[in-house]
Design a protein around this ligand. Structure first.
Ligand SMILES: [Zn+2]
Ligand SMILES: [Zn+2]
Length: 323
């Protein structure tokens, strides 16, 4: 499956979607759903009430007509192999490609989701970190090992600005959250980038994932609640202790009243040692959040010989420039 993304017979269709994506606000992919949201993003405060009432009817028609027309011209196809036989209307994947992804299976840590691929047992249990109560988040889950197409896709998003890959990846993350027994959230918050990094990159991949999830699970998105205030060195090559001190006090909660008493879904792209997520969860809880549950697309296995583990403690390029 290596290098499968964005290749194959449907290149023209993909190109059309990417071109439309660039034409739409905030880097969203041009699905029918997003076309409708483009209409709906008009600033209501600037419109007279009756005009707003009229325009509020437009998005669904805009979605149905423009989206339907687009799908007719360019039928949605699998992000992996361009097959038109998708597993569902809300999934950009065919069954064959889904089955080849590096899914994490049980048994895993019942709290932080760490997989135990070598365990002969099928029952979940706590890992050493969670027995020692290492993390400030209450629970964490990742659907995938940081390997194969998932690793390629996250890398392409982060370093190649291939924002159109957010949607198929986030669909799978949303599926995991919906099936998670700890579902039901009051607020979705992404792990923030330092403002200088955000300005340099132009987007925060975790915020894009969080925005998709917020809509999928119908929970409000809190983009400006958690701020990254310290410029820290790259986490690569640092031990767990060094990572911990590296992100210590790197975050601040603004408007704590917005997260007070809330059950928060904290979103990031990759779980390496969990120190960043834990620090974010700790500051949120200190500011009054009732519970913080963390989700990432993938999880790095630090032991060598296990999928994704060749990167060792450094966590690979995905976290190299995390600030
Ligand atoms: Zn496929
Ligand atoms: Zn654990």
């Amino acid at each position: 499956m290596g290098g499968m993304v964005n290749q194959g017979k449907g290149r023209f269709s993909r190109l059309a979607r990417v071109i439309l994506q660039k034409a739409l606000p905030s880097g969203k992919a041009p699905t029918s759903e997003r076309l409708s949201r483009g209409c709906g993003s008009l600033p209501g405060a600037l419109l007279p009430h009756d005009a707003w009432t009229t325009l509020s009817c437009v998005p669904s028609r805009c979605r149905d007509l423009a989206g339907g027309f687009l799908d007719l011209l360019y039928p949605p196809s699998c992000i992996g192999c361009e097959s038109y036989e998708l597993v569902g209307a809300d999934m950009d994947w065919c069954e064959g490609c889904l089955n080849q992804l590096p899914w994490i299976h049980h048994p895993m840590c019942a709290a932080c989701g760490r997989p135990f691929p070598k365990s002969s047992s099928t029952a979940d249990h706590l890992c050493g970190d969670c027995i020692l109560d290492t993390f400030h988040f209450d629970f964490a889950r990742s659907p995938f090992y940081h390997a194969g197409v998932i690793r390629e896709s996250l890398h392409a998003i982060k370093f190649g600005a291939e924002i159109h890959l957010i949607r198929p990846v986030a669909q799978l993350l949303a599926k995991t959250i919906v099936e998670w027994e700890h579902g039901g959230f009051d607020l979705v918050i992404p792990v923030p980038l330092h403002p200088l990094r955000l300005r340099e990159r132009g987007f925060n991949q975790s915020a894009l994932l969080a925005r998709f999830l917020s809509k999928s699970i119908s929970a409000p998105l809190g983009l400006n609640i958690l701020k990254r205030t310290l410029w820290t060195v790259p986490q690569t090559g640092l031990s767990r202790e060094e990572r911990l001190s590296n992100v210590k006090n790197a975050f601040r909660v603004e408007h704590p009243q917005l997260s007070k008493g809330k059950r928060v879904l904290l979103v990031d792209d990759v779980f390496t040692t969990g120190t960043t997520l834990s620090e974010c969860a700790g500051i949120l809880k200190k500011s009054g959040a009732r519970e913080v549950l963390a989700v990432t697309v993938s999880r790095v296995m630090l032991e060598r010989g296990i999928q994704g583990g060749s990167q060792g403690e450094g966590g690979g390029p995905l976290e190299n420039s995390r600030l």
